[in-house]
Write a protein that binds this ligand. Sequence first.
Ligand code: ATP
Ligand code: MG
Ligand code: FE
Length: 346
Amino acid sequence: PLVLGIETSCDETGVGLVSGGVLLGDALASSMEEHARFGGVVPEVAARAHLEAMAPMVRTALQRAQVDLADVTAVAVTAGPGLSPALQVGLAAGKAYALAAGVPLYAVHHLAGHAAVDVLDHGPLPERCVALIVSGGHTSLLSVGDLARDEIVHLGDTVDDAAGEAFDKVARLIGLPYPGGPAIDRAARDGDPHAIAFPRPLTGPSDPPWTFSFSGLKTAVARWVEAHDGTVPVPDVAASFQEAVADTLARKAVAACADQGADILLMVGGVAANSRVRALMEQRCAAAGLTLRVPPIRLCTDNGAMIAALGDLLVRADVEPDPLDVAADPRARLTGALLHGTRALP
Ligand code: ATP
Ligand code: MG
Ligand code: FE
């Protein structure tokens, strides 16, 4: 198969071409700078940017992969979750390319794409593993089997902010630019991670073990900043906050693996790009005898390769494609690779 993947759930216009678990080429445009002055993504602005970038990104990805549209055998497109106007543009484009090329369409779940991208660098996913999805809108611990067969069990999610959202909000509090994750990662390099003892939310013995909460941590940072008005050591606050997030994620993920009897942890999503989160998770997994799988940094945040990788899994699993009138769902819960559930497996 040769799968064209299209991603437009937020502010990245991503296109990828994957064949048999191999990334042949991809292209990425971002409208991030247009949103920076608003401090967050403006859905209608993102949608317009997707519309402008779509055809050029598809052309660029095809060129890089050295293939033609006529060589494509299936199209996979993110149909949710995400910003509705942004999703509509990508889904319409995916339908148009599938129709033009006369090939099947797969309307896939964005978070399953975050997980599937790991196959590109580390080979097929294991029969079962624990997955930690840490992104801008989600923080979840899952038991994951075959994505193409909807083998997903939610162990726990965040009850308030996602980890990435906490990075973005804390960055704003200490005067760092949007998006906050990469800015905090950079600032923290010059800071002391033990300078300030921020809380590790829901890690007590009587707390729900797989549930996350990051709004209290954000408030703790806000209070600390208020109390030290005018003399805030940005690198120390960034490093100490980052350490609290990394420690919280690592404790829960490692414990979940033990609970599930899993020996592989898959960590994916934008926050998996964080240098301290990666290093601490690697260290804790090694100490617990676990193998950590995490995609390369550039494939952790939104991109087209992840959607193509997921489509490629579906094609190879002989999953029935979606009809061309398939709808987007901005709030779709993760149940498997396809947004609307997998059907008719042989
Ligand atoms: P979702 O995938 O939940 O729908 P999203 O697509 O907006 O949300 P991603 O693209 O997976 O999220 O990730 C973006 C988030 O990752 C942002 O919150 C951003 O701040 C965070 N992020 C990116 N790089 C880093 C980093 N180096 N350190 C910490 N956070 C990071
Ligand atoms: Mg983004
Ligand atoms: Fe994402």
